[in-house]
Design a protein around this ligand. Structure first.
Ligand code: FAD
Ligand code: NAP
Length: 277
């Protein structure tokens, strides 16, 4: 543009969208509570991942450098798009801004998926337990929509503990939609059981999942025998405190922690890095 360019012509020029590195476009945003939202973005054609893995996503920081955080991919490996389920930390460097994204906006997505909450890290078993608190349900939102989950196991139990009822809504609606899903519904049949609990607001099942395991109430509720190394496999995703307690409980049943390179009976991943972690 020159100094002589008329103002009217300048106004008519399309505004060039700045191109972010590894940019993907937001296709859907849904706010679940004042602390939780989910969103979908376009999927890079070259991105291959295993259901349960996480990637680094973010926005351009004020300093002109990418501001990235780890996020579990909440959609299954076969989906055309990528879904994420996110906290809104009021003063969080990323989520104080990410919570305002809208359809058509761009985010940065580094296409290098990694993680331990994958089928490859578990030895074969009969019952698979998913234990999540808060946004820790994200990797399991992927895995409950993965056909391999139902090919590998006879029973799948999705346990989700949150403080309040509204924080369960994302998982609840996801599970409800699965029964009628034309792609995954037939794989699931009657294998999937959803076990939501709340700790600070009244709901049908109250209390921390760890307490319900220790008391044996969870097995009575579900009509299942206690966990054994022969039958049961588990994946855990929550705060450091939840992960530490569940490791102890699962090891008490004789399960051993697995990894991609050394599969065993349970795997753990942090849902976030917080104080004391
Ligand atoms: C392997 C891995 C996978 C993750 N997957 C997800 C995901 O799928 N969804 C998601 O929302 N976050 C996820 N996180 C957390 C995420 O990386 C960021 O911490 C989060 O987006 C907040 O970023 P921030 O920059 O706003 O604040 P940060 O500076 O990163 O965090 C500020 C503080 O907020 C709290 N916090 C951060 N994340 C959470 C959370 N998810 N739940 C409760 N408290 C939290 C912690 O106390 C933390 O110290 C994951 C973290 C790891 C390590
Ligand atoms: N959720 C909210 O409404 C809210 C609001 C404002 C700020 N925050 C802050 O945000 C951060 C994260 O909150 P969050 O609710 O997402 O995650 P969280 O504190 O990890 O709690 C999520 C769920 O996990 C349970 N839990 C915590 N530790 C556990 C353990 N060791 N074993 C079993 N269950 C356990 C909690 O039960 P308990 O209730 O028994 O702890 C709660 O039901 C916290 O620092 C919190 O102070 C949260």
């Amino acid at each position: 543009m020159t100094d002589q360019t008329p103002v009217t012509e300048t106004a008519a020029q399309p505004v060039a969208t700045p191109v972010l590195p590894d940019a993907q476009t937001v296709t859907q945003v849904r706010h679940w509570t004042d602390r939780l939202f989910s969103f979908r973005v376009t999927r890079p054609q070259s991105l291959r991942f295993r259901s349960g893995e996480f990637v680094m996503i973010g926005l351009m920081g004020d300093n002109g450098r990418p501001l990235l955080r780890a996020y579990s991919i909440a959609s299954p490996s076969w989906d055309d798009e990528l879904e994420f389920y996110s906290i809104k930390v009021p003063d969080g460097p990323l989520t104080s801004r990410l919570q305002h994204i809208e359809v058509g906006d761009q985010i940065i997505l580094r296409p290098k998926p990694v993680g331990t909450l994958v089928h490859d890290a578990l030895l074969p078993g009969k019952t698979l337990w998913f234990f999540a608190t808060g946004t820790g349900i994200a990797p399991f939102a992927s895995l409950v929509r993965e056909p391999e989950t139902y090919e590998n196991y006879d029973r799948v139990i999705l346990c989700h503990t949150c403080r309040e009822v509204a924080e369960l809504e994302y998982g609840k609606q996801l599970v409800e939609a699965l029964a009628d899903d034309p792609l995954i519904g037939e794989f699931i049949g009657d294998k999937l059981t959803y076990y939501p609990t709340t700790t600070r607001e009244e709901s049908p099942v109250m209390g921390r999942v760890t307490d319900r395991l220790r008391s044996g109430e969870i097995f009575r509720d579900l009509g299942l025998p206690e966990i054994t190394r022969e039958n049961d496999r588990a994946m855990v995703c929550g705060s450091m405190a939840l992960n530490t307690e569940l490791k102890e409980i699962l090891e008490g049943y004789g399960l051993r922690e697995g990894a991609n390179s050394d599969p065993a009976e349970y795997v753990v991943e942090k849902a976030f890095v917080g104080e004391g972690t």
